[in-house]
Design a protein around this ligand. Structure first.
Ligand SMILES: *Cc1c(COP(=O)(O)O)cnc(C)c1O
Length: 431
């Protein structure tokens, strides 16, 4: 089966595992830390990277590899690795080519956890990050480059702002400076957007979100397109193009070709940091992926119906969802995400904090929680939760409306969700 010829819905079900005669139909869990060998020499060849094979699950595990292959096929990449979380994926993806004394450029509209990793922890590690306004003209963004810049980073659809990144613009800017473009594609998933088709080189995921989809396990993934030519920019990427003394002098680009980047991340970073996904969690992720195509289309179509309902209710001040014709993101959505975006939106009520609180407390289906992108609809009030220490004036400075809500549409029937929102708006409006 040539997986690349199939559409996402088929890849979700089949890629990464093809049972032979009499083998289990479902992908098996190989819940084992170690693997047995017949001779000392056979084991030695594995350590020398001479033979392919499993020896310790911190480095590689068959279940993890099957699930990683499914994600690689979905993205149209050549290789992938699973990590213990999305945070670990973004950390490894950057640290694999960026070290103390280096610099990188990131879009400013990114997930708060990633922003913190870049702005605070990377700084402590000696890596400087410049944040740029993703909608700024290319000439403006180019000014952020330095001789030691090693990569450009952004999110296809930002969490939580659901802003659409101009992938072609970012890829062109990165490549004209001889560095790769890394994209966190968590929110749209490869069902709605495959950033490699727009010039991205590396894709990352928090598989905790739609890929798992049920809210059962935290995980991450890194996928390599195999397209970036490390050797053409060898002076910038010595970690890939010169001998790794900590691994028997291997030169990753020479030994692994298009698999160089992921092999280095496995042999060095996973070996030393150990942020591996457990085979049990990888199995759950594989199950989630089987239904990803069906689920994200439903999340998205329900979200659009709900966004239109909210837009039509006078008690709602504004709604931000890229598919709405009124959205400033709409034009880029049509280009990069023509089949859909995700199930997350922001909206603000026309009322004070008390009104919002009464509305939230009256909801019966949408649960109040700090999560997004799984089968349960959930809602968060930034002014009362993630940003509660800020005054209204400080909120305004941060671009947050005190009456703003983040809403993640789950897999419930959309008409029931609309009924729930309507009754909560009615309750909050009673005196
Ligand atoms: C949640 C999230 C992360 C972090 O992932 P974890 O699995 O929670 O570590 C990174 N990027 C985006 C876009 C996310 O939504």
């Amino acid at each position: 089966m040539n997986e690349k010829k199939n559409r996402p819905g088929t890849i979700c079900v089949h890629a990464g595992y093809s049972p032979e005669n009499g083998e289990p139909r479902q992908m098996p869990i190989i819940q084992s830390t170690t693997f047995k060998y017949e001779s000392s020499a056979a084991m030695g060849r594995l350590f020398d990277l001479e033979d392919d094979g499993y020896f310790y699950t911190r480095l590689q595990n068959p279940t993890n590899d099957m699930v990683a292959a499914r994600i690689a096929a979905l993205e149209g990449g050549v290789a992938a690795m699973l990590t213990s979380s999305g945070q670990a994926a973004n950390f490894f993806a950057c640290f694999n080519i960026c070290e103390a004394g280096d610099h990188m450029i990131s879009a400013a509209s990114i997930y708060g956890g990633t922003f913190n990793l870049f702005a605070v922890t990377f700084k402590k590690m000696g890596i400087d990050v410049t944040f740029v306004d993703q909608d700024a003209p290319a000439e403006e963004i180019e000014k952020a480059f330095r001789p030691n810049t090693k990569l450009v980073f952004g999110e296809t659809l930002s969490n939580p702002g659901v802003r659409v990144l101009d992938l072609e613009k970012f890829a062109t800017i990165a490549h004209s400076h001889g560095v790769p473009f890394i994209v966190d594609n968590t929110f749209p998933t490869p069902v709605f957007c495959r950033p490699f088709e727009w010039g991205a080189d590396i894709v990352t995921h928090s598989t905790t979100k739609y890929m798992d989809g049920q809210g059962v396990q935290v995980g991450g993934a890194i996928v390599d397109s195999g397209n970036f030519d490390w050797e053409a920019h060898a002076e910038k990427f010595p970690g890939l193009t010169t001998p790794d003394e900590s691994y028997h002098g291997v030169i990753y680009t020479k030994k692994f070709g298009k698999g160089a980047y992921i092999s280095k991340a496995t042999c060095q970073l996973m070996r030393d940091f150990g942020a591996i996904q457990s085979p049990q969690n990888a199995f759950y992720l594989g199950l989630g992926l089987q239904t990803l195509d069906v689920r994200v289309r439903r999340h998205n179509s329900s979200a659009l119906r709900i966004a239109r309902f909210l837009q039509s209710d006078p008690r709602v001040k504004w709604v931000e969802f890229p598919e709405l014709e009124t959205s400033p993101e709409h034009e880029r959505q049509l280009k990069y995400l023509p089949e859909g975006t995700c199930g997350v939106m922001a909206f603000a009520l026309d009322g004070d904090r008390d009104f919002v609180e009464k509305f939230m407390d009256s909801l019966k289906l949408a649960t109040i929680e700090t999560h997004v992108a799984d089968c349960h609809t959930c809602i968060l009030h930034p002014a009362a939760h993630t940003h509660r220490q800020l005054s209204d004036a400080q909120l305004a400075e941060a671009g947050i409306d005190p009456a703003q809500l983040r809403f993640s549409v789950g897999l419930e029937d959309p008409e029931d969700l609309i009924d729930d929102l309507r009754q909560a708006l009615d309750k909050a409006s009673e005196n």
